[in-house]
Design a protein around this ligand. Sequence first.
Ligand SMILES: Nc1ncnc2c1ncn2[C@@H]1O[C@H](COP(=O)(O)OP(=O)(O)OP(=O)(O)O)[C@@H](O)[C@H]1O
Ligand SMILES: [Mg+2]
Length: 487
Amino acid sequence: MSILSPVLERSLAAVARPRRTGRVSRMVGFRIDVEGIEAAVGDAVRIYRHGGVLDAEVVSAYSSMLACAPLGDITGVRCGDEAEALGHPLTVRVGEELLGRVLDGLGRPVDGGAPLDGLEEVTMHGQPPHPLERDLVDTQLALGIRAIDTLIPCGKGQRLGIFAGSGVGKSSLLSMIMRGTDAAVSVLALVGERGREVNEFIRRDLGPEGLARSVIVVATSDRPAMVRVRAAFTAIRIAEWFRDQGLDVLFMMDSLTRFAMAQREIGLAAGEPPATRGYPPSVFSLMPMLLERAGISDRGSITGLYSVLVEGDDMNEPISDAARAILDGHIVLSRRLATGAHFPAIEVLESISRLEPAITTPEHRRMAQGLRALLAAYRDAKDLVEIGAYVRGTNPLVDRAIELQGQVDAFLRQDLFEVAPLMESKMAMSALMGGSLPVGSVAGGVLPGGSLPVGSLAGGSLLGGSIMSGVTPARANVANVLGGGQG
Ligand SMILES: Nc1ncnc2c1ncn2[C@@H]1O[C@H](COP(=O)(O)OP(=O)(O)OP(=O)(O)O)[C@@H](O)[C@H]1O
Ligand SMILES: [Mg+2]
């Protein structure tokens, strides 16, 4: 017999067991208010509407009322519909089987492939590596882009932003990197893209070879804001799982701006005040929560690349500004180069990798600085040269820059389907800075035969014949690591 009175027992039981079912009490825009249930911010809530269910996530709470953001189309939801607290945050399935798959923002397959039943289920709330336990970024990760690998090198565990206006080649650059990187696994979050672009990206730009070592999480612009935000967290959670298997993972997001815009919708609907350019404060606290998840842990690494939309060349727009402050460097793509058919349209002189000194040799840096000096000298003298007002012999650096301009230009260009292995890129930079391009001197690569007249390499065939291999030695390791060496 219990020593507690029945009344006290009932009250204790009520406290211990949160109320699970309640009702939809109000709907304003894309916010659904639910009353009568107990759930924490971040928990999932299921709404039973006529003809089906709608899941939502709790974004804020005012005494007994919960404001929820829908994770699907809200058509058909009425006040009074039953709501159930699921008692936990959203989960995502993880495992090696995700390689080659395309998932929606909540981690469900959208490619018509096999269901993910039986895979491990984890909550979306991963932890960033502890600040004091993070290993230092000290090793370069090859991205397979000549201009980046030599002049804006990226370290394993580093986070770089790709800043560009619309249509100057952000997505194309990301697809080139996915095909060319040495990272064992790539995870890509496509957030807020147009539906048409997703298929184009996967089928045409990425191709089966790029997809085989990748996981793609897609939430197009027509999906609810919460799904677009969750897509980024689903993707980083999947990247964390692969990292925890001991792999070097490349996490990419296109675009960080659209992620911020989705959070702006959620924050404003939940009643936050608009602050900078309409972005509520939660946008600026959520960005580091996502960006800090990349880095090196004691098991593996996540290197992060995030595209940032810069409209009207306004680099001080709040999202670019916040991103630049958090990230470890930026790659700037310009419309000037894109309209001149110079791809990838990387403005080398405006781009910087803050960790370059930690991941490159003094020799690499010396050559990269020399190349940057040539680019700067040519840029400054370009107008004079073009109107014929520059007199050769006035400045030896400008003379050299003019002499090498065609070769430097060709070195920086890279065709969409050309893969530039890191070693070949370094050798090519070395050859360029040595003043000549000795034919056939590039280890593992094939230089074009015959002479190399200035400007003859436009189109990026400096390393013509470089292999579209996709599977580098580092990538080949993935099977061994995941298969416990049995692969
Ligand atoms: N390396 C390249 N070689 C040749 N053409 C390229 C290359 N990169 C980009 N392009 C061209 O630039 C166009 C725009 O590229 P992309 O769609 O990647 O831009 P974006 O910045 O992602 O655009 P949006 O802002 O609309 O998402 C492509 O259709 C393609 O023609
Ligand atoms: Mg794009």
